[in-house]
Design a protein around this ligand. Structure first.
Ligand SMILES: NC(=O)c1ccc[n+]([C@@H]2O[C@H](COP(=O)([O-])OP(=O)(O)OC[C@H]3O[C@@H](n4cnc5c(N)ncnc54)[C@H](O)[C@@H]3O)[C@@H](O)[C@H]2O)c1
Length: 344
């Protein structure tokens, strides 16, 4: 396929490597040097483009999408997440209505991940006989070095803009569809800026999503056991990832009424295996027994290829925009900015 990637920064260049490795023809667009073209208008109009990728900063997504759709109203577009900023959600919907033949998929890596699917299958299997009591999902990393260099500063979604889209994809995988939809419509009980989002409501298991980009670990007890390397263990036990360290503490844990836990731990081989970024483990723990499986694979690349195939087969007008998730994230960013305003 001929794929045009618009924006070849950190994420766009990963798209380019992945699609080239899969033998697709990749053309790049970026005003910075090194790309094939400086902007979308310079891509020859006579070309037949099979798919477009938009990996510019979020602020430019809608503008670039408009340029692509004006040129090619039935374009197949893989759009990086978040699709747009909170105040642009209605504009995105209007644009999709204006181009009813377009096919747009918002990149959803965790929604397409093999290890997430395996984890969700284990949870669903047990959920038939045991009741899901609590779901905890944590994505913590110390990003202060990146922030000092101007990365990971989301002025619109705030903390919710970095990891919450991924965390919602994992939650969507484990909850029955109608329960997940109810969750997205339920006001959380607690939303704190670092950021912790707790929901306890009738007809829902207790759900806590926690993410810190300052390296402050929220639930060392739930996944620390899965890291074999002593350096990782030590920092997790202290609930703190130091400045500059690339350890990522990311897990999803489901606790059942029986006390059993099913836990998915990403990159658990940190410090123990040079290929740790592509090794994830699913653990089932209950009184007196514990078992785990390891899943290997680059789930970012796998998701890109699956979604490219999804776009290739998509009928005209078939888009997956994940708008309820974007509205939920917009609500969280509004809630945290309100909390911060009250605190000042
Ligand atoms: N899926 C994921 O896991 C994931 C992870 C991180 C970031 N993202 C998303 O990916 C997108 C890009 O993030 P990044 O970290 O790669 O940013 P980045 O700043 O590293 O790269 C963006 C690139 O886009 C270029 N650009 C800006 N305006 C452009 C335009 N009009 N046309 C063409 N190129 C243009 C810039 O010159 C830059 O090279 C963001 O929307 C971000 O939210 C997704």
């Amino acid at each position: 396929m001929k794929i045009v990637i618009v924006g070849t920064g950190r994420i766009g260049s990963r798209h380019a490597v992945c699609f080239r490795e899969a033998c697709h023809e990749v053309v790049t667009v970026d005003p910075r040097g090194g790309a094939d073209f400086g902007d979308v208008a310079r891509v020859p109009a006579s070309w037949s483009v099979d798919a477009w990728v938009i990996a510019t900063p979020t602020a430019a997504h809608l503008r670039v999408l408009g340029e692509i759709l004006r040129r090619c109203p039935d374009a197949r577009v893989l759009l990086e997440k978040p699709a747009c900023y909170p105040l642009e959600i209605a504009d995105l919907q209007r644009m999709v209505r204006r181009y009813p033949r377009s096919r747009i998929v918002v990149n959803d890596v965790y929604g397409r991940s093999e290890v997430v699917r395996l984890f969700a299958d284990s949870v669903r299997r047990l959920n038939g006989t045991d009741q899901m009591k609590k779901v905890t999902i944590e994505f913590t990393k110390n990003r202060e070095f990146d922030v000092a260099n101007g990365r990971f500063v989301d002025t619109q979604y705030g903390e919710a803009g970095y990891e919450y889209f991924h965390m919602l994809s994992i939650l969507r995988a484990v909850l029955p569809t109608e329960v997940y939809q109810r969750y997205l419509r339920t006001l959380p009980d607690v939303v704190t800026p670092e950021m912790r989002v707790r929901t306890a409501a009738e007809n829902l298991p207790d759900i806590e999503l926690y993410a810190s980009s300052a390296g402050v670990i929220g639930h060392a007890d739930l996944a620390g056991f899965a890291f074999p390397a002593s350096a990782a263990k030590q920092h997790i036990a202290c609930s703190s990832i130091p400045y500059g360290m690339d350890l990522r503490y990311r897990f999803a844990d489901v606790e059942f009424d029986s006390g059993r836990h099913v836990t998915l731990v990403f990159e658990s081989q940190y410090g123990a295996d040079p290929d740790y970024k592509n090794k994830h483990t699913v653990h089932i723990r209950e009184a007196g027994s514990s078992q785990h499986v390891m899943v290997s694979g680059n789930h970012f690349n796998e998701a890109l290829l699956l979604q490219l195939e999804q776009l290739r087969k998509a009928a005209e007008g078939a888009s997956v925009l994940r708008l309820p998730e974007h509205r939920f994230l917009a609500g969280l960013s509004w809630a945290t900015s309100t909390v911060l305003c009250h605190a000042i």
